[in-house]
Design a protein around this ligand. Structure first.
Ligand code: ZN
Length: 234
């Protein structure tokens, strides 16, 4: 393996996706230091609400990895990050406690993005989690129509933009517990819209959300900064 890494570094000039240093032994994504850092982070998942589990916090390292997963044509990063995260017994236990017969529902990618990227990163994540939890991947949702890029909208506009954005393309199997899977949880608007589709079918009662990363939203960061500024002046 070491020899292979050495050769691949030589041929492709591979650098660690975390620290971007090259010439190190990679696994094949990270150097030993960054791998250790990712393992450390895997012990601190985020729970923005009781029904949502985010496997990692957003840090420069996890951000680089999810960037590779989404834009770097590296679908293998899904299994790599999920498997490490689910080695944490508490994280594994959280998913297990959600019930037997988990059905993992990837947030659907817009068809144009799918053509461009070749795969849906949420589906790769759903497959990886499902394998570990002995569940099933159930891609039952589809996007209704093309909508504006989420990143250019405010939090409120994002919420109203995506509400009602998804609908069922096939029926939900009885007795399965829906787990909506996405790459990043920011405001919860996207996964919330998927939950809304389940609620409309009276299937929302047990539905949960699992994402790879939790990104504190810009609004939350600003609120926090404002609160802190207030404190300093009191
Ligand atoms: Zn590194």
């Amino acid at each position: 393996m070491k020899i292979w890494n050495g050769i691949s570094n030589f041929i492709f000039g591979n650098a660690c996706l975390g620290c971007l240093r090259s010439g190190l032994s990679l696994d094949p994504w990270l150097c030993p230091d960054c791998r250790e850092e990712l393992r450390r982070l895997s012990h601190f998942p985020r729970r923005p609400n009781p029904d949502t589990l985010c496997l990692y916090a957003m840090t420069p390292l996890t951000k680089n990895l999810v960037h590779g997963l989404k834009y770097g044509n590296m679908p293998g990063l899904a299994g790599y990050m999920v498997n490490l995260a689910l080695q944490d017994l508490e994280t594994y236990g959280t998913l297990q406690a959600w019930g037997k017969g988990l059905g993992f529902v990837p947030v659907p990618l817009h068809p144009a993005r799918m053509r461009e990227r070749g795969y849906n990163q949420a589906e790769k994540l759903a497959m990886a989690i499902s394998r570990r939890m002995k569940g099933e991947v159930l891609p039952v949702l589809k996007r209704k129509s093309f909508r504006m890029s989420q990143t250019t909208l405010s939090r409120e506009n994002r919420a109203s933009n995506v509400a009602g954005a998804f609908e069922f393309k096939k029926s939900w199997p009885e007795h399965k517990i829906p787990i909506i899977v996405d790459d990043v949880y920011t405001t919860g608007a996207t996964t919330g819209a998927c939950l809304y589709a389940f609620e409309k079918m009276n299937l929302g009662g047990f539905a949960k959300v699992c994402t790879l990363l939790y990104e504190e939203s810009a609004t939350a960061r600003m609120d926090f900064a404002a609160d802190n500024a207030m404190e300093w002046h009191v």
